[in-house]
Design a binder for this molecule. Structure first.
Ligand code: NAP
Ligand code: MG
Length: 408
């Protein structure tokens, strides 16, 4: 048995639901606990516990991340009408991720796990393209009117201090149509900008930011301005030291460049662009189960998770006693992301080293041909390719890890 590596400070562990909860335990039991001596502050965000606590547990988990800086989260069910019935819930609780994001004031960054035998749909992509989505405002918090007939559509702002309202005509309608009002706030854009600069520096990759300020001179223009000011004021020097750049370009130009780029960058975008582009990137990189996600708060808190959900369909098979070939890669990388961050913050390079070895063992297992069902479908054909059950996959990673650690 190898000597256990000590994790100096507490990690906030947030458990979740369904198949990811099952895999979470397997990953911990085989790939983490035998090697690490760590203090975990455990929050059970399984739906049952959230219901018992009227969702207080979710708030407590977010507060714990504020206290301990770093957390790792399993996927959780966001209940809808069907789930309320299935779990006999008292309420249709809000998405835990939305609750945590609001408390930590964070931005979510998603990046793929790359292996040599799963090629991205875009041939030029060699390194990860991480996407940062501003998850506040715009059309996701809009007011809309179905215009019934001729009339004047206006934009009005009424100041609280009794000053004159500001009025603009949007359109003099000659017939029926549609009308939409959207907003954003300087504070939300600023947090987004800070989180983007923090994460680009953390990952040592250039930051791209793109809006359409040639058309939307005031609205999108404000985004561009805040990013530029934030860069000049707080990041230019740090970026230059790290040898990375901040690059602004129009969203359409950014899309065109992304398709030709080699990757290895962080691309921050507005809410709608992020919604659309993250799905495009996710599918172009191969499998949802290979997409990692991290919530970065401008106050310096980090919460790591997998981008995918609870893999409900696989869980129902599991409940029937069937073995499944669900992919734990993004869950493993949520843990390694968290361990690397903990190691960096606590000055424990041996922990960072362990996390890197676990990542390498995971990637090499896939590259050797041993993989789960979702990957077999998209991997380059090879006589070595073999679909395995989740436990077997985790065991194969564990054996590789043992060899890397010089034990077993
Ligand atoms: P999902 O869990 O991401 O799964 C969608 C499909 O993607 C699965 O049916 C499976 O396809 C494939 N897939 C995803 N992850 C996989 C993995 N690790 N291994 C193998 N295949 C994988 O999304 P969903 O089914 O729409 O949502 C289920 C629940 O997750 C919902 O209750 C939702 O609220 C929740 N959710 C949570 C989060 C979060 O906590 N971050 C995010 C999204 C959704 P096949 O069935 O074809 O094999
Ligand atoms: Mg989407």
């Amino acid at each position: 048995m190898v000597n256990k590596i000590e994790v100096k400070r507490t990690i906030v562990e947030i458990d979740g639901d369904e198949m990811t909860r099952v895999m979470w335990k397997m990953v911990k039991d085989r790939l983490l606990m035998p090697y690490l001596s760590m203090e975990l502050e455990y929050y059970d965000l399984g739906l049952k516990k959230r219901d018992e606590t009227e969702d207080r547990i979710t708030v407590e988990a977010a507060e714990a991340i504020k206290k301990h800086t770093v957390g790792v989260k399993c996927a959780t069910i966001t209940p809808d009408k069907n789930r309320v019935k299935e779990y006999n819930l008292k309420h249709e609780y809000k998405s835990p991720n939305a609750t945590i994001r609001a408390i930590l004031d964070g931005t979510i960054f998603r990046g793929p796990i790359l292996t040599r035998n799963i090629l991205p749909a875009v041939r030029s992509w060699k390194r990860p393209i991480i996407i940062g989505r501003h998850a506040y405002g715009d059309v996701y918090k809009n007011a809309e009117i179905r215009v019934p007939g001729p009339g004047k559509g206006e934009l009005v702002f009424t100041p609280n201090d009794g000053g004159e309202p500001i009025r603009l005509t949007i359109q003099d309608f000659k017939g029926p149509g549609i009308l939409q009002g959207i907003h954003n706030t300087d504070a939300a854009i600023q947090s987004f900008a800070r989180a983007s600069f923090i994460y680009a520096l953390d990952q040592r990759v250039p930051l791209w930011f793109s809006v359409k300020d040639t058309i939307s001179k005031t609205y999108d223009g404000r985004f561009r301005q805040i990013f530029q000011e934030e860069y000049e004021k707080n990041w230019r020097e740090k970026f230059e030291e790290a040898g990375i750049t901040y690059f602004f370009t129009l969203i359409d130009d950014a899309v065109a460049r992304i398709m030709k780029s080699e990757g290895g960058l962080l691309w921050s975008v507005k809410n709608y662009d992020g919604d659309v582009m993250s799905d495009m990137l996710g599918s172009a990189y191969g499998s949802l189960a290979m997409m990692t996600s991290v919530l970065v708060s401008p106050h310096g808190y980090f919460e790591y998770e997998a981008a995918h959900g609870t893999v409900q369909k696989h869980y129902y098979k599991y409940l029937k006693g069937e073995k499944t070939s669900s992919n734990p890669m993004a869950l493993i990388f949520a843990w390694t992301g968290c361990l690397k961050k903990r190691g960096e913050l606590d000055g424990t390079p041996e922990l960072v080293e362990f996390a890197k070895k676990l990542e390498a063992a995971s990637i090499e297992t896939v590259e050797s041909g041993t993989m789960t069902g979702d990957l077999i479908k998209v991997a380059e054909p090879s006589p070595h390719n073999k679909q395995v059950y989740t436990e077997e996959f985790i065991e194969a990673i564990g054996e590789r890890l043992d060899r890397k650690l010089g034990g077993g």
